[in-house]
Design a binder for this molecule. Structure first.
Ligand code: BDR
Ligand code: CA
Length: 304
């Protein structure tokens, strides 16, 4: 029997974070130990509620949500008024809930999980890295098996400023701590995610798929794909980090080190230098393979 990978999903839903949860729930490769939330796309109350709303939509109330950091390590949280995530953070799709409450103390939950399964737990972090940086104040990096994160823009422009990607911009101090921790880390930045995009036409086709999971995806992503007058919409930021874990050959890159700018106009800029190091930065992605998997999920609820 396949040994399932034990994971904690640390996230700030966020439409794409919600899709990560939805996909992860359907993967036989994963044992989800819990979900921890962080302030990022929206304030903590909303990101926590959205994690629960997603679980409730799929009837998975067996998985608990733990509330994490309400603001970045040393900065104030400045959430943009206008974003792809809508006002509620789930694309203003009118999803019900939440009926349940999140549990307190994400850090306590993570520490307990790492103590129970030393060296076995993978953390998938799809928001600002605040919770992980706080965790590293108390636990040795060797306690964590591996990190998969969506963070940074390396050879491409940022999406908040010319220099910075959103998660790195919101908490650059936390990103620095995580990147220098020595934990084996796979990083999906905009360099990868920019290359996986749908047209509005393709999206409208997906709206025809009549399954609960396709409805969830299209309802939450409808606003994002409509609001910009762009040809293609690269909206699969966080799901690419998850899919890399599930299908290791989908993304290729290089090993090395990452530095993060934390002052001035380049705040949040991530600079990669290849060579010895603990981070592996994604550079190329097989987009067709990603869409094959997405379609299997939307049509049949199957995830690799
Ligand atoms: C990242 O920022 C957020 O808006 C998304 O959820 C993703 O984690 C993309 O830059
Ligand atoms: Ca996110």
């Amino acid at each position: 029997m396949m040994v399932k990978r034990k994971i904690i999903i640390d996230c700030d839903p966020g439409i794409d974070d919600a899709l990560v949860i939805a996909l992860a729930l359907h993967s036989p490769q994963l044992e989800i130990l819990g979900i921890t939330t962080v302030a990022g796309n929206k304030e903590l109350e909303k990101t926590s509620a959205n994690a629960i709303r997603t679980l409730e939509y799929f009837g998975r109330t067996d998985i608990a949500v733990y509330v994490g950091a309400g603001k970045p390590l040393v900065r104030d949280l400045n959430v943009p008024q206008e974003s792809s995530h809508g006002k509620d953070g789930l694309g203003d799709a009118g999803l019900p809930g939440p009926k349940r409450q999140a549990k307190p103390n994400a850090l306590g939950f993570m520490k307990d999980a790492l103590k129970k399964y030393p060296g076995e737990v993978t953390i998938l972090a799809t928001g600002p890295l605040t919770n992980i940086a706080l965790l590293l104040q108390d636990v040795d990096s060797s306690a964590i098996r591996e990190l998969f994160i969506m963070n940074g823009a390396f050879k491409v422009r940022g999406n908040v400023t010319e220099f910075a990607e959103y998660n790195a911009f919101i908490d650059p101090e936390a990103a620095r701590i995580v990147y220098s921790s020595g934990i084996p880390t796979k990083v999906v930045g905009l360099d990868v995610t920019n290359n996986v995009a749908v047209t509005r036409e393709e999206f409208v086709m997906m709206k025809q798929i009549d399954t609960p999971q396709a409805h969830f995806f299209t309802m939450t992503h409808d606003w994002a794909t409509t609001r910009k007058q762009k040809e293609r919409y690269a909206i699969f930021w966080d799901p690419l980090a998850l899919m890399w874990m599930l299908v290791p050959t989908m993304i290729h890159g290089q090993m090395g080190k990452i530095e993060v700018e934390a002052v001035g106009e380049k705040t949040g800029q991530t600079t990669f230098s290849s060579g010895p190091g603990s981070v592996y930065v994604g550079e190329t992605v097989n987009a067709a393979q990603f869409f094959d998997h997405l379609h299997k999920f939307l049509k049949f609820g199957e995830v690799v």
